[in-house]
Design a protein. Structure first.
Length: 205
């Protein structure tokens, strides 16, 4: 969203704010009969002014991303902290939930915690191994590559993810967690009928 009205910015759905314990709906676009900006987005400044929250002594937006704990570093941050903006779900989440599914967001920039990344990696390797450089072959091989990944393999990836999660819960950084996961995966036991005490204790903790 821009600070000022108009221009290239998202056309957002209506918001709301509380005034004297009354919930007031707020249109994020100028009305169709506006003399200068009919149906254009209002921008941060106008929206905050209508709510009585605009702070003229603050900049419109911080030059870089606002700190997560910042309360009023800029007018954009003030708007972000409003209840209607805080409660608004993304279109992706709304679409998934309306279809009756759960929408679960995993931590950003942590592909090791998302085993679908392993799935796509396996699929892409299969495509590379069976590629002749033509688009027709790619279209033919893609469904085969998707079906080539066994359910048992996906479950092993899921187990690996839980190892990563346990390592992070123990307070380890990425590199140390990687070493712990690798160490656990590479262990070999002489007996298939007995779990070593050290491993059993790790599960109990």
């Amino acid at each position: 969203m821009n600070v000022n009205p108009g221009g290239k910015q998202a056309r957002m759905r209506n918001g709301w704010f509380m005034q004297d314990e009354v919930k007031i709906s707020q249109n994020m676009l100028f009305p169709p009969d506006h003399p200068d900006r009919a149906n254009e987005p209002k921008g941060i400044k106008v929206i905050l002014m209508e709510r009585g929250l605009y702070q003229s002594h603050l900049r419109g937006k911080c030059p870089s991303r606002c700190e997560p704990d910042a309360a009023a570093c800029c007018n954009k941050r003030i708007l972000e902290l409003q209840p209607d903006f805080q409660d608004q779900k993304s279109l992706v989440q709304e679409t998934i939930e309306e279809a009756g599914h759960l929408c679960i967001f995993l931590p950003k920039f942590h592909c090791e915690l998302n085993f679908i990344e392993f799935f796509w990696g396996k699929v892409k390797k299969d495509l590379r191994d069976n590629c002749d450089g033509t688009f027709e072959t790619l279209k033919k091989n893609l469904p085969l590559a998707l079906r080539s990944v066994q359910l048992s393999t996906i479950r092993l990836w899921e187990h690996r993810i839980h190892r990563w999660m346990d390592a992070y819960r123990d307070g380890l950084g990425t590199k140390a967690a990687q070493e712990q996961v690798r160490e656990f995966s590479s262990k070999r036991y002489k007996s298939h009928r007995r779990v070593p005490e050290t491993v059993a204790q790790a599960f109990d903790s």
